[in-house]
Ligand binder design. Structure first.
Ligand code: LLP
Length: 420
């Protein structure tokens, strides 16, 4: 398996490789390979659109987290934030790698348990957990519930007295990222503000408070706020567990240069006391660059002196991030990487805002081409919808030249399955 350092996709003259899964390469036929599988062949076998993952990439990043902690401290836990890619095959793989798991709903809890995550390795999050979710956690023997509000303290004491809990703190630190995915600031629906924390701790009678939690936000490149976080939490009181959340950013575009996992872990540990267990909750930085989405080009519309629209057979139903956060992505043709035709990649949905990427350069795109968008492994499948009654894409795992479908494509029949 290629290490993160050996991560070089392409020979000279090709676009930067760090947005593609580890081990990706251009094969003898000039086509892009992910996990040893030719993407043009994958498109023929499984159809498009499809989410295609390099299994080894997910493993390598999980191991990079574990190794980074292991090299620095003895007591730690790497908790997979499963909202990034709540897929049974991913849960299985990451449970097998020895990670713990963060779930943010009864549904994610159901999936994690079903995939074989030990309940005691699961952390349940949510700013408005229902009675049913808390009962589900209690009955399953979930290791830790992360308390998010005064109301929840009362609710959980009634439902699951004795439950081990962490208290979610909103530390008033806000790194720079999109406002929708920033959570550390005082004005947040999540957690207890610093002023409320003492009162919350006092209020807890029937629960076992074993730690504190904070999550600053997502897609963060600036490590400085993390350096102070452990110290800030430890200052609240001495508890055995400090969970410092997730949020390390990844490269979506060729110009993005996120910090390494090692540097991120360094920052997390910068002010951490020696006598506690440190937890972190990465989601995107484990699965984001492991996955690409493949589409088939259907139409190419050239508006002279204005723009060239390249329309693909998916769009905002399989990747909402460009529309929701203004997220930028790259795109390539699977068998002709590079090129200099300036293009806008449009989806097939019935609205003008259904644009997946702007100003990407392709090699003379034509109907029938397979188009690849890298870095779609996190929050793509997770936030997919059936808008315009489009069946959701399958998930394909590739490894050593073998491709296996781990989630099948939805069918039209699936679309009426819930009709009563
Ligand atoms: N821990 C907690 C408590 C979280 O709320 C999150 C993300 C994570 C960990 C993992 O963050 P990550 O390492 O993946 O950045 N849909 C948005 C992202 C929302 C993230 C919500 N919470 C997106 O597509 O960018």
């Amino acid at each position: 398996m290629a290490s993160l350092e050996e991560h070089s996709l392409m020979s000279a003259g090709q676009p930067a490789a760090h947005v593609f899964p580890i081990g990706s390469r251009i094969n003898e036929a000039g086509r892009l390979e992910i996990g040893g599988c030719d993407l043009v062949e994958i498109a023929e076998t499984f159809g498009t659109p499809a989410y295609v993952y390099a299994e080894d990439d997910i493993r390598a990043r999980a191991r990079a987290y574990l190794d980074a902690f292991r090299a620095r401290i003895e007591r730690f836990e790497v908790v997979y934030a499963s909202k990034a890619f709540p897929c049974t095959a991913a849960f299985r793989l990451l449970a097998g790698e020895g990670l713990s798991c963060d779930v943010a709903s009864g549904g994610e809890l159901h999936l994690a348990l079903g995939a074989g995550f030990a309940p005691e390795r699961i952390y349940l999050h949510g700013n408005n957990k229902s009675d049913a979710e808390l009962e589900q956690a209690r009955d399953a023997g979930v290791g830790h519930v992360v308390l998010d509000s005064f109301d929840e303290i009362d609710r959980l004491e009634r439902i699951a007295p004795g439950q081990r809990v962490l208290l979610r703190v909103t530390p008033g630190i806000s790194p720079s990222t999109h406002a929708f995915i920033s959570t550390g600031q005082v004005d947040s629906k999540f957690g207890f503000g610093m002023d409320d924390v003492p009162r919350a701790i006092e209020r807890i009678r029937e629960l076992e408070l074993v730690g504190l939690h904070a999550h600053l936000g997502s897609q963060i490149f600036d490590l400085e706020p993390y350096e102070r976080l452990a110290e800030l939490l430890a200052g609240i009181g001495r508890y055995p567990l400090l969970n410092l959340g997730g949020g390390l950013g990844i490269a979506y575009t060729y110009d993005d240069r996120p910090p390494s996992i090692e540097d991120y872990v360094d920052a997390l540990l910068e002010s951490a006391p020696d006598d506690v267990t440190i937890l972190c909750e990465p989601g995107r930085s484990i699965v984001g660059n492991a996955g690409v989405t493949i589409y088939r080009v259907g139409t190419v519309k050239r508006i002279p002196d204005v723009r060239t629209y390249v329309a693909v057979d998916g769009g905002m139903s399989d990747n909402l991030r460009p529309m929701l956060y203004g997220a930028r992505y790259e795109a390539e043709l699977a068998d002709r990487l590079g090129g200099d035709t300036l293009c806008t990649i449009a989806g097939k949905h019935c609205e003008s805002g259904d644009i997946l990427a702007r100003d990407v350069r392709l090699d003379d795109p034509r109907p029938g081409d397979v188009l690849v968008m890298p870095a779609t492994g996190a929050y793509g499948h997770a936030m997919a919808s059936n808008y315009n009654a489009i069946p959701r894409p399958p998930v394909i795992f590739c490894r050593d030249g073998d491709a296996r479908e781990v989630v099948r494509r939805e069918t039209f029949e699936d679309l009426t399955l819930r009709d009563v």
